[in-house]
Design a binder for this molecule. Structure first.
Ligand code: PLP
Length: 420
């Protein structure tokens, strides 16, 4: 249809704050690196930057989980909307699953089902936002926190994780950073991006610090139980009676199904502080105005959480442990990158880049762009997770591809090594 008359002055435009808040995300940086790949390189691309190994045969989820989803769909019992907090059997199943590792029982009312762990983070970061509030985030960390906080006008303050102390929290800096407007501290354990697993005693100190500061802990345990070193996984909820803990998690990582989008937000708060402070009401309020995980996924979750054979979990942890070992050993053989410690959990390790050993490489981003172009290997530059001139390397990939990828990084180093 032809328009007649002068063009109108359109009164709408995009939200620039949204564009700015999402400027640095892991996916954004990885996409940019993919654009640097050389189309003439016939070798397979080695993806060492992602956190989703679901496409690799060694990381295929358990048949039991696939069957549980099919059965939930076929039952016809989950075709309707769910309640905004999640359907009762699913909330009960998550409460039982998490209570196994806690000194007290969670109630189904402590559990709120979300669209992956991502939505759980969205909920809690929105709930704590009020004018002037700030939140303490780890550096290096997971950039979604900064993006979400930025969009909500929640001030992000960063405390350091200490590479020389197995990436423990610098607790002194936590105290120095906080003030009367600080609301919460975020702990990611097992760690992304560092691959560390915190000891019981350290987590207890974090809880005590939170209590001293009058803030609560947001425990990101999306990599729960993916540990293969000497430290076992200890949920932060163990310390819920010292300071209130909001745990966020999902089946994305332990079951290797990030596409299924089933997560949770759980209050670990034996003294009811979060309830008294109105946080629980706000969580429910926010869930009333947002969307819910697919009802059939909620229908499948009791079966998945209760009946997954332990063999499956053991197999995944063993593959990750072996890959972490290969990764660490191969990195030791590449002079320009060093790992402060062997990864003991999650899917990643941080490696420090020694630029003085390289010719013509400006920084971590430049390293990763040239590596993509010359070797078809994708690695995340540390700047994307808050630590410039480091690299985050994923070992959650088929061991043979990992070996190939690290071999190519070595070849890249040899080609760019500074002549003595
Ligand atoms: C530390 C951390 N938190 C949260 C998430 C989001 O998890 P989900 O895929 O369940 O939304 C991720 C995903 O990579 C993550 O690494």
């Amino acid at each position: 249809m032809e328009n007649s008359g002068p063009a109108p002055t359109w009164r709408f435009k995009g939200n620039e704050e949204l564009t700015q808040a999402s400027a640095i995300t892991v996916r954004g940086v990885l996409n940019m690196l993919m654009d640097n790949l050389d189309p003439n390189d016939t070798r397979p691309v080695i993806p060492l930057g992602h956190g989703d190994p679901s496409a690799f045969p060694s990381f295929r989820t358990t048949l039991l989980a696939e069957d549980a989803v099919c059965a939930a769909v076929r039952s016809g019992g989950f075709n309707g909307y769910s309640s905004t907090v999640g359907i009762p059997p699913a909330r009960r199943a998550v409460a039982e699953y998490l209570s196994k590792d806690l000194p007290y029982e969670l109630s189904p009312d402590d559990v709120f089902l979300t669209i992956g762990c991502t939505q759980a983070l969205e909920v809690i970061l929105t709930v704590v936002t009020r004018p002037g509030a700030n939140i303490l985030l780890p550096r290096p960390g997971f950039p979604y926190y900064e993006a979400r906080a930025g969009f909500s006008h929640l001030e992000a303050r960063h405390f350091d994780l200490l590479p020389e102390k197995d990436w423990e929290v610098d607790l002194e800096s936590v105290e120095a950073l906080s003030d009367e407007n600080t609301v919460a501290i975020v702990i990611i354990n097992p760690g992304n991006p560092c691959g560390n697993v915190y000891k019981y005693e350290h987590l207890k100190k974090v809880a005590e610090k939170a209590r001293k500061l009058g803030i609560f802990v947001i425990a990101d345990e999306v990599y729960d139980h993916l540990t293969f070193g000497s430290n076992p996984f200890v949920p932060m909820g163990v310390f819920g009676s010292i300071a209130p803990v909001v745990t966020v998690g999902s089946i994305s990582k332990r079951w290797i199904v990030p596409g299924w989008r089933l997560g949770w937000l759980v209050t670990n708060d034996p003294h009811g502080v979060l309830m008294k402070q109105g946080i629980v009401e706000s969580i429910k309020g926010y869930l009333n105005i947002t969307s819910d995980p697919a009802t059939f996924m909620q229908g499948a979750i009791p079966q998945i959480l209760k009946n997954t054979p332990n063999d499956f979990h053991l197999k995944i942890v063993n593959v990750l442990g072996e890959s972490a070992e290969i990764c660490y050993n191969r990195i030791e053989d590449i002079p320009c990158i060093t790992c402060p410690s062997k990864p003991e959990g999650s899917m990643f390790v941080m490696a420090k880049l020694n630029l003085s050993l390289l010719e013509g490489i400006n920084d971590d981003l430049d390293f990763c762009c040239k590596l993509a172009k010359e070797e078809s290997v994708i690695v995340l530059p540390g700047v994307a997770v808050g630590l410039k001139n480091w690299l985050r390397i994923t070992f959650a990939i088929e061991p043979s591809s990992l070996d190939d990828g690290l071999g190519r990084i070595k070849a890249f180093y040899t080609r760019h090594a500074k002549k003595q």
